[in-house]
Each structure stands twice: as C-alpha cells, then as structure tokens.
Design a binder for this molecule. Structure first.
Ligand SMILES: [Zn+2]
Length: 79
C-alpha cells in the first residue's frame, strides 16, 4: 500500500520586472495569411508593421495582436 502526502504553499503572482525577465513585447499577425511582424517593446512600432502589410496586401483586413507580458510567481509560506 502506498500513500502520497501533499504540502500546499502560497504564491504571489506579480509582473516580472527582474533583470532576467523576458521583455514585454507586442507583435502583430495577419489573420488572413498568418504572416507576422517582428516583436517590439514599442506598441506603435509593432502596429507599423500592420500598416505596411496592409499597403502591400490591401485585401488583408484582419489582424491579431500578440502581447508578451512576463509574470513571476513568488513563493510564500507553507500552509
Ligand atoms: Zn496577410
């Protein structure tokens, strides 16, 4: 007969602003052809790719934005 013991722990989830955190970026993707622009920390720069893509392919009218926003879980006390 085997048994398993679980321990519970509190965690606090915060935006990750540590030096080693993944960068917070924006990237646009065309929903018609799936082509995507480069990720950028500047949302306006990321949106600029969409306008350039639209000029080159006027029939591609729908887009999606991918936002990478890192978070970190900070371990708390054991329950
Ligand atoms: Zn497209």
């Amino acid at each position: 007969m085997s048994s398993t013991v679980y321990r519970l722990r509190e965690y606090t989830v915060v935006r990750d602003q540590e030096p080693d955190a993944e960068p917070h970026t924006y990237a646009l993707q065309c929903a018609v052809c799936a082509e995507g622009g480069p990720p950028s920390a500047d949302a306006h720069k990321a949106h600029g790719w969409m306008l350039a893509h639209l000029r080159a392919r006027p029939g591609h009218l729908t887009y999606r934005e991918h936002v990478t926003r890192p978070y970190r879980a900070i371990p708390g006390k054991w329950l």
